[in-house]
Design a protein around this ligand. Sequence first.
Ligand code: PHE
Length: 378
Amino acid sequence: ISEDSIEVFSHVHPRDDMTNVTAKILSTVGSQLHNRPHHPLWLIKEHIKDHFYRSYIGRTGNPLFSVHDNLSPVVMVEQNFDSLLIPPDHPSQKKVDNYYLNCTHMLRAHTSAHQKELVRSGLDRFLLAGDVYRRDEIDSDHNPVFHQMEGVRLFSNHELFARVKNGEELSLFESAGRRTPQKQETHTLEAVKLVEFDLKQALTHLMRHLFGEDRNPIRWVDCYFPFTHPSFEMEVRFQGDWLEMLGCGVMEQELLCSAGAGNKMGWAFGLGLERLAMPLSKNPLLFSDISFWLPAEGYTENDFYDLERSIGGDLVREELLSSNLILFSYSPRTKRVSHCYRVVYRHMERTLTQEEMHIIHGAIEQAAEKELRVQGRY
Ligand code: PHE
């Protein structure tokens, strides 16, 4: 930072009347807490990734959502606003609310700033995690730097209607439509309802995965974003309050058209990772991996999940939050396959100790060897 320019990530940005980023804020740029192993924000990010990897699997076992967590927080003002149809006079563009390097570049105020470029690059499904910067008044709830996870999923006509009986007769688009509180002018109501349903279901499943079955009630609130319609916020019940967790909606078709994906429809969400950490960190998550060689035949992944659920009575079930298959390997010598699962534990009322976790974990290992004929690699 000097009198006439600002250097970030070895790019020099000349100062002008818009410049308002401070040395203190610049010193935090690039710290990437969400990429530091074992940092709570990293853990939450990994947990969301695991959920999407496991829930959306392609025909060959490949994950369908790609994950981007290394995009620079320095973006063009155009990316942060114009690409999302946010007009220049919109209150969110105000200098007092954002950190501008100069009139062309700024620190992104939300991860939505990358929606258009990633869609343009041909991606139909992606997650994107990153640090975001807002010059809010700073109080206990608002830090000028926080982290978001963006998710986008696009649908072709075929993808959306494939599961509907006689779905070939339905269409995403209509030409003489009107914009209503339910839908955009170019969309058919049936398409919007399916996309909206898929979006809400995906996010409800994610929350259930993170908080456990029926632990924190959630509710949907109608709201407004310039880049989605209809738009919703999800709130989660926490310590007697409703906590705003995320914004989401059906992507504006104009945005998709400008990104070269005008023949598809999509949903998008943006989730606050610090917000999510609040109800989660009350009773921290513990992680432990379990890996074993599979028997020559007759083993499926679900056998392991079923076994876990059946183990040790209610106590354990309460503490075992989830597990995900995170690694396969194959030994050419013995021609055997091994699986590694990441098991996540959390006590619902208090902090689970390492010792308590090891006891449950040991019980799972033993039961797996005994009942699934696997051979532990512990
Ligand atoms: N970018 C919005 C925010 O930061 C959240 C959002 C993302 C809303 C994607 C809709 C779709 O508040």
